[in-house]
Ligand binder design. Sequence first.
Ligand code: EPU
Length: 338
Amino acid sequence: MEIKSHVSLREYTTFKIGGEAEYFSVVTNLDELKESAKFALDKNLTVTILGGGSNVLVADEGVSGLVILNQLSGISYEEVAGEIIATVSSGVMLDDLVADTVAKEYWGMENLSHIPGTVGATPVQNVGAYGVEVSDLIVSVDTFNLKTLTIKKFSNTECNFSYRDSLFKNDEAKNLFITAVSYRLSKKANPKINYKDLQVLFGETNPSQRDIRQAVIKIRSNKFPDWSKLGTAGSFFKNPIISRFKAIELIKMYPDLPVYPVDEDAVKISLSWFLDKVLNLRGYTIGPVGTFEKHVLVVVNQNGNASDVKKFAKYVSDLVLEKLGIELEWEVTQLPCD
Ligand code: EPU
């Protein structure tokens, strides 16, 4: 395995933005991962992990230390007490896994079709779409500690999942490299079609897994840009989670604002709806960066850089703060991390 220096990260991100990695390695197995970790320890380098690069904004100044590109591969299935446990190396592309589970008729992941990125990213930000979050399916997450060179398995509960969040986003997990994820799947049909877009399509019918995958792919291709043509990282901001009390105030002002329950004290509001229907920001651009014309939460980049994206994000955040009194959180991760 070769450890290179001064490698441009731009092409490794779907935003098509970013400076150079000081050092860069590509790991395809656990031995290479160990070798990379030791290299970083010897030189006292910070390590940054890159998977599909589909949810990151890399700084124009680049990333100091070692960037490890995760290409660990392999999927295995085991039948345990009538359930299927899929154990998947973290460098596998999520959509390759979803396609494989649909081909094998193992139910559970079909609603997560066509999401870019790797399996390793799924527990980090509790990836979710069209009514399914990976926290509904994850049994355990295998990790390798880049500082102590030890392994540890986390159970679902230990992962501390919530909306687009988990233990793996915390400081205490900053040295953990996720090596594999196990998901619980089922041979029994279990269509999840409550999400509005799927409900409209399927109503009271009983779609097959293949039908659901095809429908999600169609919905996504109508809402998201072609990742090979336009730089983007998908949804840019998180949907805000606010108190029920605050939501009542907002609904008085905006009766059509979509609101989803989270727990007894909090609700999630649709930022997309607000940015589009109230602020009229769909297709709005500042220089090379703007919102996608078919989906306002998707920020697109046409030959801009990270500072253009940050400028645009600040413009949107300031507007939302002024109108709603809510501080937006980025859904996209900045590299290097603060
Ligand atoms: N809407 C608008 N205008 C738009 C887009 C949406 O008014 O331009 C309205 C829709 O009509 C709908 C509501 O906003 O009533 C929600 O839209 P959508 O179903 O597309 O969901 P979202 O909240 O914008 C979230 C996730 C997506 C995920 C979809 C589907 C976040 C930050 N984003 O988007 O995840 O695919 O739900 O489940 O939670 C991602 O994380 O990168 C991502 C794409």
